[in-house]
Design a protein around this ligand. Structure first.
Ligand code: 5GP
Length: 194
């Protein structure tokens, strides 16, 4: 998606530890006009499948998932990160290791909002090592719902997540795949470009 790649090149900041900061339009301040274009792009890419629910993970996925959901005209469910242990029974639960915070969270979704018969599209802002997406896929599986695919705004193609999850059979559509980024020069190379 050219508009997104141009924006990443213009406003993205490369930090140490393979972190790309896009706080000015995606992760802190949010450019809703760009989000709407992203929503339409996902709608088009997944036009061959039925989607009745979007699932994301708090916190940074929620904003983009809400706008994407308008394109599909479906509700959004966000998996909650929690410390509470005694919640089994009413929720699906799994563990997710956070890339940005380096710790493991329990992640839950209420059984009320996900289950058999749902056709679920996962949405997230970033795909790095794939732990967040893998956790969401596990919750969908546990619920008996059908996973139709995952829409990712920025995939870091030099990290392992995309390859691993595609190998597991998950259909992933990423709007910008960063092949390499150089903290010293600020140069970002996207897949399919020099
Ligand atoms: P993963 O589980 O695939 O390793 O990481 C995905 C999650 O970590 C995303 O939901 C995102 O919030 C965060 N994340 C991973 N890499 C980056 C990055 O380079 N920049 C930012 N801003 N967030 C990232």
């Amino acid at each position: 998606m050219k508009e997104l790649k141009d924006r990443i090149r213009r406003d993205g900041i490369i930090k140490s530890g393979n972190v790309l900061k896009v706080d000015s339009f995606l992760n802190h301040q949010m450019d809703i006009r760009l989000f709407e274009a992203i929503g339409q792009e996902f709608k088009q890419r997944f036009s061959d499948v039925e989607v009745n629910k979007i699932l994301t993970i708090e916190a940074s996925g929620i904003g983009i998932a809400c706008v994407v959901a308008r394109s599909f005209d479906v509700p959004v469910v966000f998996a909650k990160k929690t410390q509470t242990k005694n919640i089994a029974g009413e929720v699906y639960t799994t563990k997710v290791e956070s890339f940005t915070h380096g710790r493991v969270y329990d992640v839950i979704v209420s059984k009320e909002f996900l289950g058999k018969g749902d056709k679920v599209l996962l949405i997230d802002d970033f795909l790095a090592n794939g732990k967040a997406l893998e956790g969401l896929a596990r919750l969908v599986e546990e619920s008996g719902a059908q996973l139709v695919g995952a829409g990712i705004v920025i995939e870091k193609g030099f990290q392992a997540g995309g390859k691993m999850l595609r190998k597991e059979g998950i259909r992933i559509e990423s709007l910008a795949i960063v092949e390499s980024m150089d903290e010293a020069t600020g140069k970002i190379v996207f897949r399919g470009e020099d």
